[in-house]
Design a protein around this ligand. Structure first.
Ligand code: ME8
Length: 664
């Protein structure tokens, strides 16, 4: 019987389109799952979406749609991206799936009945965006220790999980199971900062919103999003407190939870304690990978540096993106992504090393032997070295993959391909071809090259499945064995296909600029807008004549909140279109006390000459942000900007309004 292997990704929040960092995680997990399948394991690969919580409830409210409508739209996007990058998952779970919600309610009730969860009162500080409670000592300068935003005093009825009851058992488990959490440094942080100082009971319900699994019998409260989300790893296998189900019996405990470094605490402390309380075995391993940053910066919407997998696939192809992300993310530290580094890796590894090796070898086999694989009967000096490199790399790739050093494994494969390119230069097949007496040697050299390429394609299959399949088909074989010498003489190879065309940096950036403006015109820069448009299009189709729908009023605010935006009168000194964008105008403004540049998405509605010399109102203390490579320091006030068919109108100040004066 095949040995089982159960592997999971974290389930991303369904609050927006996943970026390349989230997508890296599914590519990484997919690569490990494919590797294990190729090694003969019975693999179960689980992924999904985390669909509850206040952030989602708020986003839906902002868009005037229901949370379910909102998550349905985002879920489609996530699934689309996962399939675009070739994720070969066996199951996709949504935390809004009925069976999951029922199982979570059952888990909560069981823990309550057995006394691990109890009802009490919470008094302390609450961070709304993080949905987290903190004590006086945990907050930093009155701000959330996780996200740095202001926290608010909270006192409310709530349910608590007796974490401390299980802390010793968890510590013992960690000590007895080296490798439970990897890389080791992440485990040390958890043990030293959280477990050893003593665990606090965890507040596991919220009553500040409703979009979650209700607490059975106390419907004012919803179950904390992490209890809900973490349970996905067992409910997806059919686990309920009453019945474990066949898949659960077969695949649990999980072999590896692949997650990012920011959620290691939830997976190494809360999740194992939940399992201990349920009397279930703990996962064998938690692998916390680093983060993919844009250069050295964290990717964030406000910095305007977020990259998405679908855009990258349209520029580099699926395997270009898989290759880059898998090679750029080291085992234990963060990785970096920029267009420049992607172009460089693509040209060096894919076009020059792999692509050239395959096209040179196949075209020589066609030219000299009409595409027929020869018998390797005439050994030469450098053959043993090449074969030894192939054997050594193959073994090393296995070792590295078994310990999840995925980028190092990929590096080893490319070392092997470089050795094959060197072998071509050492043996100069074009010189051998000039002497008919050396035809046997020429056939052997080409055999060794074809065979190295075949082994390389086999090793590359989990990383770049499409490319590997293409190479194997060009070689006329589907033999994925890593043993050298399996290619059968007489096999017919094909030639002529360029696997990876070199990317010219200048042409690339021109194409990119076109794409950016095309995207802005399509209006799909923002996931939320796209979702909203979908929903509205459906609504419009359903109701033929429809009165204007006004955006619902935002919740009431205090005067102190109102004065936070610092709005000023500013005069437009210069205005011009942005070369890379059809949506933005670039304005130079005089605020009296300073001059500054503001970008505004009003190019569809105003020409520069409509604005020059006019006085506008801007939010002057808005954090500066980059758009299309230019900085914008503030926002021009206009009406109508939130609607799909908006009539956008700038709010001009009176002609005699004083530049620099505050508005409000
Ligand atoms: O944390 N590079 O969801 P999420 C690499 N719903 N990985 C990154 C990354 C980056 N720049 N940014 C995020 C959640 N990630 C929860 C999980 S699991 C029961 C619940 C990773 O959408 C992040 O570390 O914020 C996490 O593993 C995954 O993407 C989803 O993040």
């Amino acid at each position: 019987m095949k040995e089982k292997f159960y592997i999971t990704t974290a389930i991303p929040y369904c609050s927006g389109k996943p970026h390349i960092g989230n997508t890296y995680e599914v590519i990484l997990t997919d690569c490990i799952a494919r590797y294990k399948r190729q090694k003969g394991y019975d693999v179960f690969f689980l992924t999904g979406t985390d669909e509850h919580g206040i952030k989602i409830e708020n986003k839906a409210k902002e868009l005037g749609i229901s949370p379910k409508e909102f998550v349905d739209g985002v879920y489609e996007k996530v699934k689309g991206i996962w399939s675009l990058v070739g994720a070969s998952y066996d199951k996709f779970i949504r935390t809004t799936d009925d069976y999951h919600e029922k199982a979570v309610a059952g888990i909560f009730t069981k823990l309550l009945e057995q006394g691990d969860i109890y009802k009490g009162q919470y008094e302390g500080w609450y961070c709304v965006p993080c949905e987290s409670f903190f004590t006086d000592t945990q907050i930093k300068d009155g701000k959330c220790p996780d996200c740095g935003r202001p926290v608010q005093k909270a006192k409310e009825d709530a349910y608590f999980f007796r974490m401390s009851k299980y802390a010793d058992r968890l510590l013992r488990h960690i000590e007895e199971n080296p490798g439970f959490v990897e890389p080791e440094a992440r485990l040390k942080e958890m043990v030293n900062n959280f477990l050893r100082p003593g665990l606090q009971d965890l507040c596991v319900t919220r009553n500040s919103f409703t979009w979650g699994v209700p607490v059975p019998g106390d419907e004012k409260q919803v179950i904390y999003v992490w209890i809900d989300a973490l349970s996905n790893y067992i409910t997806a296998l059919g686990y309920t407190v009453d019945e474990q189900g066949e898949l659960f019996k077969k695949y649990w405990p999980c072999d590896v939870h692949v997650i990012g470094k920011d959620i290691v605490r939830f997976h190494t402390i809360y999740w194992p304690i939940m399992l201990l309380a349920l009397g279930l075995p703990l996962p064998k391993k938690i692998y916390g990978h680093g983060w993919l940053n844009f250069g050295t910066d964290k990717m964030s919407k406000s910095k305007g540096n977020v990259m998405y997998a679908d855009d990258l696939v349209s520029l580099f192809g699926v395997d270009g993106v898989r290759h880059y992300t898998l090679s750029a993310m080291p085992y234990s530290t963060d990785g970096s992504i920029t267009y420049e580094s992607m172009i460089s890796a693509y040209n060096t590894d894919l076009a020059n090393n792999l692509g050239n090796l395959v096209s040179r070898t196949l075209s020589m086999n066609k030219k000299y032997f009409d595409g027929v694989v020869q018998s390797p009967d005439v050994p030469g000096e450098s053959d043993d070295k090449l074969k030894a490199t192939v054997a050594e790399c193959t073994a090393k790739v296995g070792e590295l993959m078994d310990t999840y050093h995925v980028s190092d494994a990929l590096g080893k494969i490319f070392e092997m391909l470089s050795a094959a390119n060197k072998y071509i230069d050492e043996n100069c097949p074009w010189t051998l071809a000039k002497d008919p007496e050396l035809s046997g040697r020429l056939g052997t050299v080409l055999y060794n090259l074809l065979e190295t390429i075949r082994v390389g394609a086999s090793l590359l299959t989990p990383f770049m499945p499409e490319t590997s399949a293409k190479i194997l088909s060009l070689l006329g074989t589907d033999d994925l064995s890593e043993k050298f010498g399996r290619l059968v003489p007489g096999t017919h190879t094909s030639a002529g296909e360029v696997l990876f065309k070199r990317i010219d940096e200048k042409e690339f950036f021109e194409k990119l600029a076109d794409k950016i403006s095309e995207k802005e015109n399509n209006g799909d820069a923002k996931m939320e807008e796209a979702v909203k448009e979908n929903v509205q299009a459906t609504e419009n189709a359903n109701a033929e004549t429809k009165e204007k729908e006004y955006e619902p009023l935002c919740p009431e605010i205090e005067f102190d909140d109102f004065i936070k935006p610092d709005m000023r009168v500013a005069k437009v000194l210069e205005c011009e279109p942005m070369p890379k964008s059809k949506k933005l105008l670039k304005l130079q403004l005089d605020l009296g006390f300073e001059k500054r540049q503001v970008l505004s998405g009003i190019a569809k509605y105003y020409k520069p000459e409509d604005l020059i010399g006019k006085k506008v109102i801007i939010v002057a203390n808005l954090k500066p942000r980059m758009m299309c490579g230019e900085e914008s320091k503030g926002m021009v006030l206009a009406s109508g900007g939130h609607e799909p068919d908006a009539v956008v109108r700038v709010l001009f100040a009176a002609e005699d309004a004083v530049v620099g004066d505050r508005v409000g």
